[in-house]
Design a protein around this ligand. Structure first.
Ligand code: NAP
Length: 327
């Protein structure tokens, strides 16, 4: 699937176009893998539009994206037929792995009762984002109040559970009652607020009687503003994402004057900066998963042709937990 036009707003027909091409031949030093699942991430919408921490995808290029694939043929010293790998497969059915791949692929282990797709979600880059954002940047302390936005999404749901494991009071913000119910009844959040209800700001105040010490921010805009106004003096804000601005021409705004009024510390981070420590996070997340302390959910959309719809779901909130495309 190639990027044929830079989207305006939500993805429209013709922005990403699916075509058929010959499967590449495998030469010495290369391997061919069949992509089984694609990771659907908000940052893909940014990559389609503009240069950011990675250059924008060029018009006509295969759309960049993470995926899970199985090696079907190999003349590569590091991979054998049957290996399952995760990495930047691109939005395509077959990926050719070169000896000098810019972003290396990780082999995933076969663990009984653990679905491979978890290595794209709670045990993959998504979970690792939540882990380093929370543990390395946010550093939650026992008894603190933590608010997570886009809390029923892939990153937010893991981030909130990590703060619970650290002994915090955790409040999630999400866009449906069903999502809020999942957060409180299944994931153990102390409270969840549906921001689509007219009185949600009062509900947020009621859910944070001792103010907010740590904000794990995924959204920006009006949601972040409401949380900043609940922050305690010297609170911390972890800026993970600004999804409310990704489909707009203007970036998402927030009342940054609150940083002064409340003497807050705000730090953005990128999971890519932690590549050398991925194993550390994956080990810890795996342990929590085995202990039943880390739960997950997936929204699976079937068919590569549906990938644009799946990306749009991130912006309408039609997804829950980790969003994947099954090829
Ligand atoms: P996700 O949370 O699974 O999906 C996005 C969710 O955002 C939707 O389910 C929707 O839920 C919510 N949302 C979308 N537009 C919104 C709006 N205008 N206002 C309020 N909520 C909105 O996606 P994800 O992959 O886990 O990513 C979450 C955030 O983490 C994104 O901002 C992403 O860019 C960021 N991220 C950062 C890094 C990093 O290295 N810093 C890495 C990965 C992801 P509702 O129904 O609740 O609205």
């Amino acid at each position: 699937m190639r990027l044929m036009r830079r989207p305006k707003g939500m993805l429209a027909e013709g922005d990403l176009v699916l075509g058929e091409e010959a499967v590449p031949e495998v030469r010495e030093g290369q391997a061919l893998a069949r992509v089984k699942y694609l990771s659907v991430d908000p940052t893909m919408r940014v990559w389609m539009a503009t240069d950011s921490y990675l250059p924008a995808v060029k018009i006509g290029e295969v759309m960049r994206g993470g995926g899970l694939a199985e090696v079907i043929e190999s003349r590569h010293p590091q991979y054998k037929k049957g290996d399952k790998i995760v990495g930047m497969t691109g939005m395509q059915e077959y990926v050719l792995i070169d000896a000098q791949a810019k972003m290396p692929y990780q082999k995933i282990p076969s663990i009984p009762f653990v679905s491979d797709t978890l290595f794209l979600g709670a045990l993959g880059v998504t979970g690792i984002t939540a882990y380093f954002g929370m543990m390395d940047v946010g550093k939650p302390q026992k008894g603190e109040t933590v608010v997570v936005s886009a809390a029923a999404g892939a990153t937010g749901s893991v981030a909130g559970q990590i703060a619970k494991i650290q002994g915090c009071r955790v409040v999630g913000i999400a866009g449906t009652d069903e999502k809020c119910k999942w957060l409180t009844e299944e994931l153990g959040f102390d409270a969840a607020v549906n921001y689509k209800h007219a009185d949600w700001k009062e509900k947020l105040t009621a859910a944070t009687p001792n103010g907010v010490d740590l904000n794990f921010e995924n959204v920006g805009g009006e949601i972040m503003e409401a949380v900043l106004s609940r922050m305690n003096l010297h609170g911390r804000v972890v800026l993970c994402g600004f999804i409310s601005g990704y489909t707009k021409e203007e970036p998402a705004q927030a009342n940054l004057g609150m940083l002064i009024v409340k003497r807050l510390k705000l730090q953005g981070f990128l999971v890519l900066d932690y590549v050398s420590r991925f194993t550390e996070a994956a080990t810890e997340l795996g342990k929590w998963k085995m202990m039943g302390k880390l739960k997950d959910k997936q929204t699976v959309v079937e068919g590569l042709e549906k990938a644009p719809e799946a990306i749009n779901m991130l912006f309408t909130g039609a997804n829950m937990g980790k969003t994947l495309v099954k090829i």
